[in-house]
Write a protein that binds this ligand. Structure first.
Ligand code: ADP
Ligand code: TYD
Length: 209
């Protein structure tokens, strides 16, 4: 595996991405892969500063286009500084969210349009696409309940349910558009059952590389 492997994990807020990531890392490491964990927005010093701007609840006046461009700016830095060099070294990069998040949150949720958001992101990533995307599928209302039980909600999480429902529909559309890359896994199961389903998908991918 000389060119590395780029795996992303996606889903509505509270779908269980952060919970599953350590299991995925452990599974791949047991197989001998060097795995780098990262996230968006963020993943670099500059990206983490942009993340703070994006998630800060004080930034009520942020317009939708600024939001889309800031996510893309964080991503451009991330791709150039972190993801591409790691892939060139043959590593596995496991990223919590990537372009699909922008397409569904900004394109669909904010209604900026899927094509517009995709083209901004093609520029930001120079067209880099994941080898595999795990999409955790849960009713958005259920996911939000999980989040609210535990933590202080951020600027995006505090959006109304209607917004999150649009995001959820966006993910459904994307998974229909890219069935080879995006593997949908029910997140309405126990943590153990979800990670076992994810491992099945990873086994298939690893046989192909
Ligand atoms: P995300 O990173 O997708 O926002 P988290 O992994 O932080 O989601 O999970 C959100 C909340 O739901 C956390 O409190 C977590 O402990 C809980 N959680 C995660 N997976 C499950 C599950 N399968 N069943 C019930 N609760 C879960
Ligand atoms: P994250 O911290 O991953 O949230 P969570 O763990 O709750 O899923 O992401 C922060 C928020 O940013 C989340 O609500 C999704 C949103 N987001 C976008 O709107 N567009 C994007 O391109 C990305 C990467 C995230």
């Amino acid at each position: 595996m000389s060119k590395g492997l780029f795996i992303t994990i996606e889903g509505t807020d509270g779908s269980g991405k952060s919970t599953q990531i350590p299991f995925i890392k452990g599974f791949l490491e047991k197989k001998g892969y060097k795995v780098l964990l990262t996230r968006e927005p963020g993943g670099t010093q500059i990206g983490e500063k942009i993340r703070d701007l994006l998630l800060d609840k004080q930034n009520k006046e942020m317009c939708d286009m600024t939001e889309a461009l800031l996510y893309a700016a964080s991503r451009a830095q991330h791709v150039k500084e972190f993801i591409v060099p790691a892939l060139k070294q043959g590593k596995v990069v496991l990223c919590d969210r990537f372009v699909d998040s922008s397409i569904v949150y900004q394109g669909k949720g904010r209604e900026l349009g899927l094509e517009t958001v995709k083209s901004i992101n093609d520029f930001a990533t120079c067209g880099l696409e994941p080898d595999l995307t795990i999409l955790l599928d849960i009713d958005p209302e259920k996911g939000l309940e999980r989040v609210k039980e535990n933590s202080d909600v951020d600027r995006l999480e505090q959006e109304k349910l209607a917004f999150h429902k649009k995001v959820y529909e966006g993910y459904k559309d994307l998974s229909n558009l890219y069935p080879n890359r995006i593997k949908v896994i029910s997140a309405d199961q126990s943590i153990q059952e979800i990670s076992s389903d994810i491992e099945d998908k990873l086994e298939i991918l690893l046989k192909e590389v």
